[in-house]
Every structure is written in structure tokens, then in C-alpha cells.
Design a protein around this ligand. Structure first.
Ligand SMILES: N#Cc1ccccc1-c1cc(NCCCN2CCCCC2)c2ccccc2n1
Length: 157
């Protein structure tokens, strides 16, 4: 029968895969690296929309990561059906992302579809789209992702 995904595998998802989910991916990798767990985990990110497929992350997201000492070279890709066989977790940033993820998820998938904010110790459930925002909004996305990724890793390890 179907091989199950590596339990240490996570795909972060947002609308365009140029702001929130690349930041979440890079922050989670940084947390893994700090704990010596980078080689145990499979980490990736994807978009629900096709607006920017093939492009790099938004330069405001890359600048935000650089401000926090993290470099990332990312190319936008869209979520696919295969992702639900390859990742144990598919994690969205807001309710629209989760709704769109569930629209293409197979009925019987063992994959866990969750909101990253459910892991926030400060209980900010939604990681809002910063597309029309500035540095402050991107730094808030970073802070939320860092808080949530630490708790998510504790819960999944
Ligand atoms: N949509 C919305 C929306 C609503 C509230 C806050 C942000 C956004 C917003 C808008 C974007 N692109 C502008 C519109 C794109 N076009 C929409 C109609 C189809 C053709 C493409 C984004 C692009 C990348 C990542 C996040 C984005 N987020």
C-alpha cells in the first residue's frame, strides 16, 4: 500500500509563495539548524495561486530575512496533489490558504493540514498577508513564524 511521508517533513503554504511561506520555510530551517536537526527534516514551501510561479521571493521578504541574518534563494512553485504524499504536514498561514489546500487535498490523505498560527504561544492565530504592507508587517510575519516554528518543532520531534 501507499508509503507514508517522512514524519519529519513540512510544506509551508500561502497565496503567492513570495512572502509568508518562504519566510516560514527559511525560519524553520534556521531553527532546525540551531538544534542540529537540519538533515533529519524535509522543508519546502508552495503557493495556492499561480501568480508568481518561477519567480524569486518578494524582495521585501528577502530583505526581512537578511535583517535577521538569514539568506534564502527561493523559486516560487504551486502546491500539487503529489505534495500530500510527500509531506506529513502541509501548513497554511490563514483560513483562505487552508481552504484552498483542502480543495486539492485527496479525501483519504494522512497528511496533516494545519494553520501555522495554531502553534503561536501568543495565540495570534492568523499570519496575515503582508503584500500591501511594509517592513513592519514583514517583521511581524517573521516574529510570528519564529514563535510558531519553535513550538511546531517541539510538538513534532
Ligand atoms: N489577491 C489579493 C490580496 C488581497 C488582500 C491582501 C493581499 C492580496 C494579494 C494580492 C497579490 N497580488 C495582486 C493581485 C494579483 N492578481 C489577483 C487576480 C488574479 C491575477 C493576480 C498577491 C501576490 C502575491 C502574494 C500575495 C498577494 N496578496
Amino acid at each position: 500500500d501507499e508509503p507514508t511521508a517522512n514524519p519529519r517533513s513540512v510544506l509551508f503554504v500561502c497565496l503567492g509563495n513570495i512572502c509568508r511561506s518562504p519566510i516560514a520555510e527559511a525560519v524553520f530551517r534556521q531553527v532546525l539548524s540551531e538544534r542540529g536537526l537540519l538533515d533529519k527534516w524535509t522543508v519546502d514551501s508552495a503557493a495556492t495561486a499561480d501568480y508568481h510561479v518561477g519567480e524569486p521571493s518578494d524582495n521585501r521578504a528577502e530583505a526581512c530575512l537578511r535583517r535577521h541574518g538569514i539568506s534564502s534563494n527561493h523559486i516560487v512553485r504551486q502546491l500539487t496533489l503529489e505534495d500530500f504524499d510527500n509531506f506529513a504536514y502541509v501548513i497554511g498561514m490563514d483560513h483562505e490558504n487552508v481552504k484552498n489546500i483542502k480543495k486539492i487535498a485527496p479525501k483519504k490523505s494522512p497528511c496533516r493540514v494545519e494553520l501555522l498560527g495554531q502553534y503561536d504561544p501568543k495565540n495570534e492565530l492568523l499570519i496575515e498577508d503582508p503584500y500591501y504592507g511594509g517592513e513592519a508587517e514583514f517583521d511581524n510575519v517573521y516574529d510570528q513564524c519564529l514563535r510558531c516554528c519553535r513550538v511546531f518543532l517541539d510538538s513534532a520531534e
